[in-house]
Design a binder for this molecule. Sequence first.
Ligand SMILES: Cc1cc2nc3c(=O)[nH]c(=O)nc-3n(C[C@H](O)[C@H](O)[C@H](O)COP(=O)(O)OP(=O)(O)OC[C@H]3O[C@@H](n4cnc5c(N)ncnc54)[C@H](O)[C@@H]3O)c2cc1C
Length: 326
Amino acid sequence: MSETFDVIVIGGGTTGLYTAFYCGMRDMKTKVIEYQPHLGGKVSFFYPEKKLYDVGGFPGVTGEDLVGNVEEQALSVQPAIVTGEKIESIEKLEDETFALTSTNGEKHYSKSIIVASGLGSFDMQPLQVKGSDAYEGKHIHYTIQQLNQYAGKKTAVVSDSRVGIDWALALEKVASEVHIINHGSDFKSVYEQDVEKLEQSSVYIHRNSKVTELTGSSTELKGLILNDGQEIEVDDILVYEGLKIDKSLYDQWGLSTDKGRIPVESDMSTNIKGIYAAGDAVVYPHKTMLIGSGFSEAMTAVNGAKKHIDPKAKSQVYSTVIYKHS
Ligand SMILES: Cc1cc2nc3c(=O)[nH]c(=O)nc-3n(C[C@H](O)[C@H](O)[C@H](O)COP(=O)(O)OP(=O)(O)OC[C@H]3O[C@@H](n4cnc5c(N)ncnc54)[C@H](O)[C@@H]3O)c2cc1C
């Protein structure tokens, strides 16, 4: 049996990462399990390049920088972090510890759980071009994550939506050349101003176009060929052709749910003793689906989990007084 943690945090979005940091504040042995290959949740996925103005202490911060900071804060307390694993089932054992099993069969053990897995897991629609597998992850991406990785590169965005336009305009600032490839004649879910901005930019717009072929060696991408035969040299391709949201597994885990989210008490406890929840995953009267609310709920959930495994523990601590880390 693998080691038992004080707490396992399911989900490595902003809430899960901050939860991990706060578990460190409470001196808890912590593991974070995230389905995606990278951390950051919705912020990394949907708007890494956008500026956020409503997170306390940041008068304006890009999604990418915010995730970078929260991740750095989490890593400072050295939690175990597992990525690329989706928790499928949770079982309470006779000694009251929890056994969590992921879809690939890995087992994880913990005295308490904090669910920070949002509304469930999501997968991007993959680029449907023969031979694309060879370049996935290296030259074909489904989120910008870090804008600077495209500095000086020739890039193509395959998308017919506003997300694609946002990405193309963000890439324009760093990449040497940007193409946007839209299989339709219009962009979906956009404001007129978005399309105007795109048309006024240096981004090459290809409408009614489809990528039919990729060129390059078995590992290095050189370019792509469109349905009209046009060949474009590219180093990287970003794809946003919609996403598939997998329903959350909360019912399957034995948690009560309300329209797919978990009703919690004011201490963030769920209907299962020892399981707490925070962030977009939870629902209660006047709940806001915002990053800041997730942070606050994370602190409460961690304090609850700490009390669960050590009833004599203080109900809260101050970082300036109790906690010191280098
Ligand atoms: C377009 C857009 C703009 C927004 N703008 C703002 C804004 O300006 N300000 C603001 O405060 N908020 C904003 N939000 C809301 C904010 O993004 C969310 O409130 C926040 O990201 C929620 O974080 P979370 O960590 O709770 O959930 P998520 O970010 O959804 O993270 C959950 C993580 O859990 C993982 N996961 C799910 N199921 C499993 C499983 N079974 N096993 C393992 N891992 C799992 C997922 O892969 C994901 O990484 C915006 C949201 C969107 C979509």
